[in-house]
Write a protein that binds this ligand. Structure first.
Ligand code: WT7
Length: 664
């Protein structure tokens, strides 16, 4: 197979290159090899120690884990704390108020430097403003913002008053925003007029207006009392009197003194929606004490953070879990100095990221394989034009990193010097679970390798038995961990069904994995109907529902096909309704029908879900029980010989599909 993004078993198990840390790196490492045996010898006291070391507690906990209501865990349950106080105030109290927390780089080139003392004033003002707008402890707040400092401030302000934030990625459509506001019954939406995208202002507020427009099928307009609007681009906005409030007015006028609300360790901190195998996104919810403990512990050790000297940059948007754990909470709890960048990597030129690394002397960079593969495509002469010598740790997250991209990242970006940590985790796990430790592990291109100290993972077969080295199976987590999801918002049964029913007593991650000859873990991608496009999780069913909601479409099947840059790409097979079949000739690259359906998916979900390819077919391959055989469609989408068709209800269907596709 020519596609290098899909490692085969053979090349996986023959990977012999390893890269141990240099002696200097190892000598200065935050973590030492004994941490593994320490954690293994007494997991719970290890986590209790981390919770005390990482966080300030207003009421110290005496219980570590309560698993009596499994699979809902309670960690450090009798302790009390405040997340924002841990991320901000305590650094100021300890005399670190002058340290820079955020180095903001806007896409147009505007910059802001925000110290921990500045951040304390800002979050205090925002917290006061939220309370004035009627937001109380436990209320839900939807945040729909570009990647600007206010996004971090808004999250922290919610945490400060014990409100539950639900960040919705700014690239999601009004429709997607509305369903998330509805599900969480948010009382406030925080948004902006717009943000900068590829050199131009890109509006956000209209999507909020549309999401909140009165209608009978939804109740967002019932629960939402106010919309707080940050002025970022200065573009014109529609204004609903009595509902809409400018951030600069409400927050600007508020007092900068605010006492953080102490909450129980198990108080909900946030909800974050992610795609599952059904059409409806799941509201993954996380609580306070355990989540913060593991976010901070992993951030400190996986990136070997030295808060006094490092400049850390995670390129994720706060709309994803990576932005929650490794932009807002982990780094700030650890008192790090970090860069946040608003825009895209190619605005105004393809060297923008490397310019930022050079300008701020970034020492730790955390990004996704899809970005690395894009830079490979653009050519190494681009990063070669910048001084990247400040980089000392490189991280990867979101999808499997193919060994070729890993080697390029190490050589071209890391100067053959900086260790790479390939970190496996999920929205549900809250924080990194499987990863090398850069001062300890001899890293291996393409493998996330081993569970972190305190974490228990396995690769099992269908019978839930661990597979031997050299074999593949399903990735499971075998012991509860502090930052684990506490459930799916409003749907406890779905929580049990999705994660805990396939292998009773074990958390089923939905990923296929293998153990190599050394017992190192290789992640191989999803085994369910979830796709991974550019490190973003998309549900085949959700996109299918979007397609069939279009009047032209009778039936749709979506698969993730291997893609050189994005890892997977969305390929849709659609059957048109009879009355539209005469438009079939308009389909094809650039055809009207395909364009119309792409625009429809963009409207229903957002541009990230837009199919790369839409193929109009006469039939879909189904089993006798009516289940669509996506495996066969994937063969077509990846231009392979179609596999075993014996279980098809009508074995001629694949022939019809192939005939209809003609030359494609
Ligand atoms: C899925 C979770 C974790 C933050 C970003 C994605 C895939 C994630 C890796 C990795 C191979 C990975 C898995 C996982 N994934 N990291 N290092 N190697 N695959 O969070 O949207 O919740 O998606 O991303 O398939 O299940 P998410």
């Amino acid at each position: 197979m020519s596609d290098s993004t899909q490692p085969t078993l053979d090349n996986l198990l023959s990977e012999e290159r390893t890269f141990p840390p240099s002696a200097e790196f190892a000598a200065r490492s935050n973590a030492h090899a004994e941490i593994y045996s320490w954690a293994a010898s007494d997991r719970l006291s290890f986590w209790a120690e981390q919770a005390r070391a990482m966080l300030d507690w207003s009421t110290p906990f005496t219980q570590v884990l309560d698993w009596s209501d499994a699979p809902v865990a309670r960690w450090f349950a009798d302790g009390r704390l405040n997340a924002c106080e841990n991320a901000v105030d305590r650094h100021v109290a300890a005399g670190r108020g002058d340290r820079v927390a955020l180095l903001f780089e806007g896409e147009p080139g505007d910059t802001r430097e925000i110290t921990y003392a500045d951040l304390q004033r800002e979050v205090s003002k925002a917290a006061n403003a939220l309370q004035t707008l009627g937001v109380g402890t436990g209320d839900r707040v939807a945040i729909y913002l570009p990647m600007i400092p206010e996004a971090v401030v808004a999250m922290l302000a919610c945490a400060r008053i014990g409100a539950v934030h639900s960040v919705v990625f700014g690239g999601f459509s009004a429709e997607a925003l509305r369903s998330r506001i509805d599900d969480a019954e948010a009382s406030l939406v925080i948004t902006a007029d717009g943000g900068y995208r590829r050199g131009n202002p890109s509006a956000l507020k209209p999507a909020v207006d549309e999401a909140l427009a009165p209608g009978d099928e939804h109740d967002a307009c019932r629960t939402v009392q106010h919309v707080l609007v940050v002025r970022r681009t200065g573009q014109a906005v529609d204004w609903v009197e009595g509902r809409d409030v400018w951030w600069h007015e409400a927050v600007g006028a508020a007092s900068d003194q605010h006492t953080p609300v102490q909450v129980e360790a198990e108080h909900p901190l946030f909800i974050l929606y992610t795609s599952g195998t059904t059409g409806k996104p799941k509201g993954i919810f996380h609580t306070t004490g355990g989540y913060l403990t593991q976010a901070a512990y992993t951030h400190l050790n996986v990136f070997d953070l030295k808060p006094e000297t490092d400049v850390y940059w995670c390129t994720a948007d706060i709309g994803w879990i990576t932005g929650h754990s490794y932009v807002t909470y982990g780094p700030l709890v650890n008192g790090a100095t970090q860069v946040i960048y608003e825009g895209t990597p190619d605005t105004p030129h393809q060297g923008r990221w490397w310019d930022i690394v050079q300008k701020y002397r970034v020492s730790i960079l955390y990004t996704a394989p899809t970005a690395i593969r894009t830079f490979m495509k653009w050519g190494e002469q681009i990063p070669a034009g910048y001084d990247l010598s400040s980089l000392r740790v490189l991280g990867s997250v979101g999808e499997p990193i193919n060994p070729e991209a890993w080697m390029w990242y190490r050589r071209v970006i890391g100067g053959d010097r900086a260790p790479i940590v390939d970190t496996w985790w999920q929205t549900e796990t809250g924080a990194i679970m499987i990863s090398p430790l850069p001062g300890i592990t001899a890293t291996k291109p393409g493998s996330a390798q081993a569970p972190l100290p305190g974490i228990s993972a396995e690769v099992v077969d269908e019978m839930a038995e661990p597979v031997p080295n050299g074999s593949g199976g399903y990735l499971v987590l075998t012991e509860p961990w502090p930052s684990m999801l506490r459930g799916i918002w409003g749907d406890p049964q779905r929580f049990r069904d999705t994660y805990w029913s396939r292998f009773p007593g074990l958390y089923f991650a939905g990923d296929g994995a293998k153990k190599d000859a050394d017992g190192d873990i290789w992640l191989l991608g999803r085994v369910d109907d979830v796709m991974n496009v550019s490190g973003h999780r998309l549900s085949t069913t959700e996109i299918e529902s979007a397609l069939v909601s279009h009047p032209m479409v009778a039936e749709a099947a979506v698969v993730g096909a291997a893609d050189q840059t994005t890892g997977q790409a969305v390929v849709a097979f659609v059957i048109l309704r009879a009355e539209f079949r005469d438009r079939i000739d308009e389909v094809g690259e650039g055809g009207d029908v395909a364009a119309e359906l792409r625009a429809h998916v963009t409207k229903e979900i957002g541009p990230i879900a837009k199919p790369r390819t839409i193929l109009v077919v006469p039939e879909l391959p189904k089993t006798r029980s009516g289940k669509i055989m996506r495996r066969l469609l994937r063969d077509v989408a990846e231009h392979r010989t179609v596999g075993d068709v014996t279980t098809l209800a009508d074995s001629s269907v694949m022939g019809q599909i192939a005939a209809g596709l003609g030359s494609s």
